[in-house]
Design a binder for this molecule. Structure first.
Ligand code: NAG
Ligand code: NAG
Ligand code: NAG
Ligand code: NAG
Length: 453
């Protein structure tokens, strides 16, 4: 599947009748709103004063109370002054109406998306997002529904209400969402890590916030101090073990000798393979020091390791005074807790989510095994552009053991990396043999650079 296959086809099939009718409704609503605004402004305390007109009519209707011309003049003078003030107010009001119209226009432009058939089919039926939210449980509605801003319209937001963010597919998995949001407010959260993470992995990311306390590990002790913590196995009491097959660190460390597939199977053994990672430079294995030497000394300072398992890449970088944030999922192992216990920064973030960094900020992004051909091509392309976005000019993308099939290498991934705009500093490809050479599976490692601007 190439990028050109991915056109949001569903979005193109609007029902023009529905859309037009809907727009008409909105238009009527807009006109009514404007009239209402006009009415409110014309009666509100700080606005128009129609007194001059009424006084004027009084005089016309009661010719017996004929006053001397001087009195009438004074009255006329006063009327004139008030009329002038009113004109200024009308000018201000016109400005405000123009502004309102701009907002409404912006809203109208967005409406077709809010009601697109794709979304409608996602959230089921013919409903708008609001209808959908209204059909949710009370606590879910509070968590993700719109909330009026207490101080009113905010020009900064362009709105007077706020929708707390949730992943788009939360709306699709309505039953799971409501199960996730079922708990005692103020009490202990259900131990539903596996369930919640599965929701995240399906695209319900971020999950909504909850008003409950996570179960705390029993007998928690203070963490070990740095730098010893970088290579120490944390105490078992630092973990709530319920969500995992293993119930202690010994089990996690011994896992490498047991059959079966586990993510990052030998990662918890800090005295094994983990100890030597990125220290040597050979073929597909690049050494950290060799990679850093591609840039002036000290200019690689901050970065991100996407899907960084147990955090060893960040530990090695910390020893070089470089700060790395490690994203990791807790796939049948307490990866995030483990990374934190080592004294490193972890983020529970899947590869689907927009990176929570500003553009042109990071010096380096590394990813081993994770960015690979299991990710749909289009998503991977968006991810690569996102990495490009957060890297600063001259920043490095280190793709470490990206795996794919031989035919994909030159037809899919090389062109994709070029499209995203990366420059090649190093490149190595080699057969991946663990499942047999006949599978024609390949690895490539690459050191790429975002061009200097
Ligand atoms: C009306 O206002 C003019 C100046 O704006 C002033 O010269 C005149 O005396 C005023 N007339 C009365 C009756 O207040
Ligand atoms: C959506 O509305 C149309 C027409 O109003 C109706 O025919 C259709 O069955 C509705 N679809 C759903 C899923 O409710
Ligand atoms: C890291 O920083 C500390 C304190 O500034 C310094 O003493 C140490 O030499 C640095 N280490 C490296 C590898 O640059
Ligand atoms: C990809 O292209 C390069 C150079 O164009 C070539 O050397 C390499 O053998 C190709 N790789 C595969 C797996 O086809």
């Amino acid at each position: 599947m190439g990028a050109e296959d991915y056109s949001p086809k569903k979005l193109q099939h609007h029902n023009p009748y529905n859309t037009t009718r809907y727009k008409l409704k909105i238009l009527v609503l807009v006109i009514l709103t404007n009239l209402l605004t006009f009415y409110i402004f014309s009666t509100g305390p700080s606005s128009f004063n129609f007194q001059p007109i009424s006084k004027y009519t009084q005089h016309l209707s009661l010719p017996i109370n004929w006053e001397p011309p001087s009195g009438l003049l004074r009255e006329l003078n006063a009327t004139h002054r008030e009329l002038t003030a009113s004109r200024v107010q009308i000018a201000e009001l016109t400005q405000q109406l123009k502004f309102t119209n701009l907002i409404v226009k912006a809203l109208l432009t967005d409406l077709p998306h809010l009601r697109s058939p794709a979304l409608t089919s996602q959230i089921g039926g013919n409903s708008t997002i609001l209808d959908y939210i209204n059909s949710l449980s009370h606590e879910t509605k509070l968590a993700i529904g719109p909330h009026k801003l207490p101080l009113g319209y905010s020009p900064r937001m362009g709105s007077d209400e706020l929708y707390p963010p949730v992943g788009g597919s939360c709306l699709k998995y309505k039953d799971e969402l409501s199960q996730y949001m079922t708990y005692t407010v103020g009490g202990e959260c259900p131990v539903d890590d596996v369930f919640a993470q599965r929701l995240m992995l399906k695209g319900c990311e971020p999950l909504p916030r909850r008003r409950c306390h996570p179960k705390a590990p029993k007998g928690y002790k203070n963490p070990a101090p740095l730098p010893g913590s970088l290579w120490a196995t944390p105490p078992d009491t630092s973990i709530v073990w319920d969500p995992y097959t293993c119930k202690n660190y010994k089990c996690l460390i011994d896992r490498q000798n047991t059959p079966g597939f586990y993510d990052c199977k030998d990662c918890f053994n800090l005295k094994g393979r983990e100890k030597a990672r990125w220290l040597f430079d050979r073929g597909l294995d690049y050494g950290i020091d060799q990679v850093l030497s591609a840039k002036p000394r000290g200019t690689i300072r901050i970065g991100l390791d996407i899907g960084g398992g147990a955090g060893t890449f960040a530990a090695r970088m910390k020893e070089r005074n470089i700060t790395i944030i490690t994203t990791s999922m807790n796939l049948d192992g307490p990866f995030n807790s483990f990374i934190s216990s080592r004294g490193l920064l972890s983020m529970h973030l899947s590869i689907s989510q927009r990176l929570p960094f500003f553009e042109n900020t990071l010096d380096i992004v590394h990813s081993m095994h994770v960015l690979s051909n299991w990710i749909p091509d289009v998503m991977l392309e968006f991810t690569l552009y996102d990495i490009y976005r957060v890297l600063r000019p001259g920043g490095l993308l280190w793709l470490d053991h990206f795996f794919c099939f031989g035919h994909q290498l030159n037809t899919t991934y090389v062109p994709m990396l070029n499209r995203a705009g990366f420059k090649r500093l190093r490149w190595n490809a080699g057969l991946k043999l663990d499942r047999g050479a006949d599978k024609n599976e390949w690895y490539f490692s690459a050191l790429l650079e975002k061009p200097m601007s």
